[in-house]
Ligand binder design. Structure first.
Ligand SMILES: [Zn+2]
Length: 475
């Protein structure tokens, strides 16, 4: 994610503005769970992230989401079916999905009706019989409602927003649960398929490969699939009036969408038109582009003061292009395709692994364009840095702070200076190759860095840069 300057300041003011009120602990297992053998227990109502204890759920691992949905812009109603394939990671008597403001009408587990009830922003599913540890299972949820955003502790609102001509679902660290039942935490990556039916003449854009588009009775179904595992907050849908351009880049579909309210050849259009060029440049540094599709979407909505690295196809708020073309933000979001998307977070505390590298990619791009060297940018930022927030443990309320982005970028630069360019760029490739389509932690990154540096002990460097509160030596 990258926030526009003004919006970023506003976001800080929102910090801790309120809690969602849905964080009551799940009710304890009751004897009424009919078929549960003694070893079968409810999955936890959170996946165990210390920063966001209620995010995600325990007891299962999702392999894929297959959504068949219909959205009517005239009344803002979303309805359809989510098919979730998963594997039990414990003897499971009951499991939760994250689902906000939408109502499940019918739920089956492996084809048999299951009981389901809403509990705040959780959907609690009790299958007719327990699911043994290690067994794959399929949950089908028929659901409907008028989606709304959710408020979270760190960022204010995220998720579904209705617009005059449609709506969109977007946000970090949470957004998916506002439009489908989900294990809403990046540590449970899954493949993603979407068939979104909207009125003829309305565009419905999402992640990954565009598929068949079929029409009937005044409605058109747009289909999308992302076969590389994806963190839930990287799933998006944008519905409304968009200029869609589809080409091919490096043998893969390149699809961009520009809000029709924006000029067809204005700064936003000119910026996302350079997506392929920027991705190719980053690939020379980070290794091959990790996904099967390219693109970018520009939304024209005052409520979106940020850009987000939605997988294969970032979504940009129009605000980034108000002063002219902005390729730096494109470089930031495309860098996340490697750092954040292909290699996703295991826990939110490690957000610097996403934002530090995306920020560093901005500096690399700026140097590539000949506007300033990375060293000049690093020096400028070092001189104005405050050192109170630890990028390696910023706390949930500082998840998107300058320390995470700028000091995170400086941390990357410090590693580069400490181990030299050959080892540094070898490290970047080792990380994006070894962790591709998976998750990574700071500890794993440090181990990879030490290996790339020929066994050099880098703990003192990372301790100072990620966890210290006094200035480390200028890199
Ligand atoms: Zn970012």
């Amino acid at each position: 994610m990258r926030r526009a300057a003004v919006a970023g300041a506003a976001a800080v003011a929102l910090v801790l503005a309120g809690c969602s009120g849905d964080d009551d602990p799940a009710p304890a297992a009751t004897p009424s769970s009919p078929a549960a053998a003694p070893s079968f227990a409810p999955g936890a109502e959170g996946i165990g992230d210390p920063y966001f204890p209620t995010y995600g759920n325990g007891g299962y691992d999702v392999a894929g989401y297959d959504l068949k949905l219909r959205y009517d812009p005239s009344d803002g109603r979303l309805s359809g079916t989510a098919t979730v394939t998963a594997t039990a990671t414990q003897d499971l008597a009951r499991l939760n999905f994250d689902l906000a403001h939408l109502t499940a009408r019918r739920v089956t587990v492996d084809g048999t009706a299951a009981s389901a009830k809403a509990d705040g922003n959780e959907l609690v599913v009790t299958p007719a019989s327990g699911i043994p540890n290690g067994r794959p299972f399929t949950v089908v949820v028929d659901y409907a409602g008028v989606p709304e955003p959710i408020r979270n502790e760190a960022l204010g609102e995220g998720g579904w927003l209705r617009t005059a001509d449609g709506g969109f679902a977007l946000g970090q660290p949470e957004s998916a649960s506002t439009w489908f039942p989900v294990n809403d935490h990046p540590s449970d990556k899954a493949t993603f398929k979407l068939a979104m039916t909207v009125p003829d003449g309305v565009e419905a854009l999402s992640n990954g490969l565009p598929g068949e588009r079929a029409g009937a009775d005044g409605w058109t179904t747009w289909t999308w699939r992302e076969d590389a595992p994806m963190a839930s907050y990287l799933a998006f849908v944008v519905i409304g009036q968009y200029r869609v351009t589809q080409t091919t880049h490096d043998g893969k579909p390149m699809l961009t969408g520009l809000a029709e309210s924006l000029p067809a050849d204005g700064p936003a259009a000119q910026s996302i038109a350079r997506t392929g060029e920027v991705a190719d440049y980053l690939a020379t540094l980070f290794g091959p582009y990790p996904f099967d599709a390219y693109g970018g979407i520009v939304i024209d909505d005052d409520r979106v003061g940020y850009a987000l690295e939605t997988q294969t196809r970032p979504v940009y708020g129009e605000t980034f292009f108000g002063a002219g073309p902005n390729i730096t933000v494109v470089a930031h979001e495309l860098a996340h395709q490697w750092f954040g998307d292909s290699v996703a977070l295991e826990r939110w505390q490690d957000i610097w692994l996403n934002e530090g590298f995306a920020t560093y990619a901005e500096w690399l791009w700026t140097e590539h364009e000949g506007r300033a060297t990375v060293q000049e940018i690093a020096d400028r930022n070092y001189d104005r840095m405050t050192w109170t927030v630890k990028p390696g443990d910023p706390g949930p309320e500082q998840l998107f702070s300058q320390a995470v982005y700028i000091r995170g970028g400086l941390t990357v630069h410090a590693v580069r200076k400490a181990i030299g360019d050959p080892a540094f760029f070898g490290l970047l490739r080792a990380w994006t190759t070894e962790q591709r389509n998976g998750n990574g932690t700071t500890e794993e990154f440090i181990a990879t860095a030490e290996k790339a540096a020929g066994g050099k002990d880098l703990d003192p460097l990372f301790d100072a840069w990620l966890y210290g509160t006094t200035p480390p030596p200028r890199p």
